[in-house]
Design a protein around this ligand. Structure first.
Ligand code: ADE
Ligand code: ZN
Length: 335
């Protein structure tokens, strides 16, 4: 049975491409684009990665992406992610991007999506990683802004598999975006939403009932509500859990306190993901390795988590079967 978590083929389903922006690349692009950063060096920037909650992270996350200006910039960030993802055992990625964080700075929607899309195609060719894009709305912006973003995306509809909801959760319940998500569903896109990261279980209920999500991003606070646990189990609703993120953003004090083992005991479809790996201390294989160690998870649990990632992904059935067969073959080898 495989005991090296990096060797397990896996899908990554909760990954913000702007959260893969490593400090060295931030500085290189700032220089190229003649943008002045509020930090004197790469080390000084990295030392600022001490977060007290989600908002303290988001402040830095949005500040860093100010250096992204051209199609080439977006392509390079994504290419750097794919090269790392391959080393982490990722064979399929479903990637969030935050168009409003760029269009609000005057960057055309097209520049963002064309840059990402060229990297997606290149990665499929070079690394064999299949990818889908998920366009997120910033929930601390207005529903009108989200609707305008949806309209800007329509000409690129084929490149997008789903819409999502991210940014500051508390005070911005899913129902605020009811009409936008109805429109997205009518357009043929799937829906997902961050819910129950810092926000209460009521936001997870709303994401299910109002936004009709196919997956819940994070969802860790669902465990506070027994009726919600039963619903998630009965519907086999996937949760895209991000363990290192949860510790960095103080959702849990340490990895040993993480509720992942309870999720598995409750028979929930939990998956492991990296969220914003450049900021949270590890990519997806690192997350697998860290939980295996801190929570003493046996190899069979890691295989189950990888299996869940394919079962929860938006790939077609023949690709899913092929990936599951690859996982079974890898799981059967001694590594
Ligand atoms: N945007 C990037 N990472 C996020 C997270 N963990 N929660 C909400 N919004 C985000
Ligand atoms: Zn996230």
């Amino acid at each position: 049975m495989v005991s090296n978590p990096y060797a397990l083929p896996k899908a990554e389903l909760h990954l913000h491409i702007e959260g893969t922006f490593e400090p060295e690349l931030i500085f290189a692009m700032a220089e190229r684009n003649r943008v002045t950063l509020p930090y004197p060096s790469v080390d000084a920037l990295r030392r600022a990665y001490e977060f007290t909650d989600l908002q303290s992270f988001l402040d830095l996350y949005y500040a860093a992406m100010n250096v992204l200006r051209t199609e080439r910039d977006f392509a390079e960030v994504a290419e750097a992610y794919f090269a790392r993802a391959r080393e982490q055992g990722v064979v399929h990625a479903e990637i969030f991007f935050d168009p409003q964080a760029h269009t609000a700075r005057g960057i055309p929607f097209e520049t963002v999506i064309d840059g990402l899309w060229s990297a997606v195609r290149e990665s499929e060719r070079r690394h064999g990683i299949t990818t889908k894009l998920i366009m997120c709305f910033l929930r601390d912006q207005s529903a009108e802004s989200a609707m305008a973003t949806l309209e800007a995306a329509l000409p690129f509809g084929e490149r997008i598999v789903a819409v999502g909801l991210d940014s500051a959760e508390v005070g911005h319940p899913p129902a605020k975006f009811r009409r936008v998500f109805e429109r997205a569903l009518a357009q043929g896109w799937k829906t997902v939403a961050h819910a129950g990261e810092e926000g209460p279980p009521a936001y997870v209920w709303e994401a299910l009932d109002v936004l009709k999500v196919s997956r819940v991003d994070h969802g860790v606070r669902s465990l506070e509500d027994p009726a919600l646990i039963a619903r998630l189990r009965e519907e086999r609703m996937p949760l895209t859990v991000c363990p290192l993120s949860n510790v960095k953003l103080r959702v849990f004090d340490t990895l040993r306190d993480h509720s992942l083992p309870r999720m598995l005991d409750e028979d929930l479809v939990a998956t492991i993901n990296s969220d914003d790996p450049a900021y949270f201390g590890g990519y997806v294989g690192d997350n697998f390795a860290a939980v295996a160690e801190a929570l003493a998870l046996p190899p069979s649990a890691l295989v189950r988590l990888a299996r869940n990632s394919f079962e929860a992904s938006f790939i077609d059935e023949s690709t899913r079967s092929a990936y599951l067969a690859r996982l079974d073959a890898a799981a059967a080898t001694e590594v």
